[in-house]
Design a protein. Structure first.
Length: 133
């Protein structure tokens, strides 16, 4: 069962949803690993559709991402770790950016961003067991 975020007021009095504590744990490490996967923090920030300075604030714990972007980071971390066990880290970035037959030609990164991580996991499992699309 997912834990709902906590509603707080920002400086302007508007309500905003903060990440649940369970999603904040290890977020800096996940961002660091994800930046390595992308080759740089700037490329990760671009994929997350935020500025590099915003990414840096998340990584330092000064602020937290919205729930959607936190989920992208968490899912990317999981998929990247799982894919690295199948092919090793050298093939990881090309696989994440490449069109995938198991995903109807979409890239794993696009699928993660659209909340379709479970399909990426299935594609990984199929490719890892040498099933062909």
């Amino acid at each position: 069962m997912a834990t709902a975020g906590v509603k707080t007021r920002d400086r302007n009095g508007r309500f905003s949803e903060q990440l649940p504590r369970t999603q904040q744990l290890g977020l800096a490490e996940r961002i660091t690993w994800s930046a390595e996967v992308f080759g740089s923090s700037a490329k990760l920030a671009e994929w997350l559709q935020v500025s590099p300075s915003t990414l840096s604030r998340w990584q330092s714990g000064k602020t937290t991402p919205d729930a959607a972007r936190a989920q992208w980071i968490i899912d990317l971390d999981f998929i990247a770790a799982r894919a690295a066990t199948v092919w090793g880290s050298g093939a990881l970035t090309p696989w994440l950016n490449g069109n995938n037959a198991f995903l109807g030609g979409a890239t794993p990164l696009d699928m993660i961003r659209h909340g379709r991580t479970s399909e990426v996991v299935m594609a990984l499992s199929a490719e890892g067991s040498e099933v062909y699309a």
